[in-house]
Design a protein around this ligand. Sequence first.
Ligand code: NAP
Length: 235
Amino acid sequence: MKRKRIALIGASGRMGQAIASALQKDKSVSLDLGFSKSRPSEKVVKQFFVYKTKFDLKDFNQIDLIIDFSSSSCSLKALKLATHARIPFISGTTGFSKKQFAYFERASKKIPIFYSSNFSFGILVLRKILSDPQLKKFFQRVEIEETHHRLKKDRPSGTAKTLQKDLSLDFGPVRIHSIRKGVEPGHHRVLFKNNFEQIELSHKAFSREVFSNSISLILNFMAGKRIGFFDMMSL
Ligand SMILES: NC(=O)c1ccc[n+]([C@@H]2O[C@H](COP(=O)([O-])OP(=O)(O)OC[C@H]3O[C@@H](n4cnc5c(N)ncnc54)[C@H](OP(=O)(O)O)[C@@H]3O)[C@@H](O)[C@H]2O)c1
């Protein structure tokens, strides 16, 4: 079987590197192109067939699929080119405005897009638990607390916003408390309260591998998809 040729946007970053190591173990893909804003160490560059610090449409000529963990502006630029070249797009970048994210929905009418603010199986299960109608029946108040490393650029986290969106359908506005400290890869707590008791549901990532571990499954899921918007709940 021919290997799928992958372009990785944000290849030098913390997540880019976690994804690159996961894909090096996957025999169905080849890391053809790596992109970042600045040129990283030779160790990173060597993981890819070609490494670039700027990209345009012609770079994607020989590419079967784009994976993006970068920044909102860079991600949108890549998505626009992917849409133009009709290349499937997988993204985990966070920090988009509503207007920016609307472009993902529009683009999914032309190409298959997989987007999730959190690629971990644990958050997928947590989201399913949060949809239990008993929670709404017995608990009137809910809040979210998220803790991440000091270098995280967006606040609140994309995952906290996803959980907030899920919960606000039942509970109305939900407050998020954000904490930035140390090297924490991601800790989310959801607290349900009534006047007599509290339930605390919590997800803690031990390392970034928790977000890259799912990538091969997502690639399999996306195989053969022609258009549409998919996320972890679609798996
Ligand atoms: N969905 C998930 O499960 C999940 C999990 C963790 C993080 N994330 C999200 O993934 C994104 C990346 O996180 P990270 O921790 O890997 O960040 P990071 O370490 O800062 O890496 C960002 C990468 O994107 C590149 N980049 C940024 N802006 C660019 C531009 N304008 N043009 C080209 N390349 C650009 C950076 O290149 P330089 O290094 O050269 O600047 C770097 O390679 C964030 O939005 C984060 O919230 C998602």
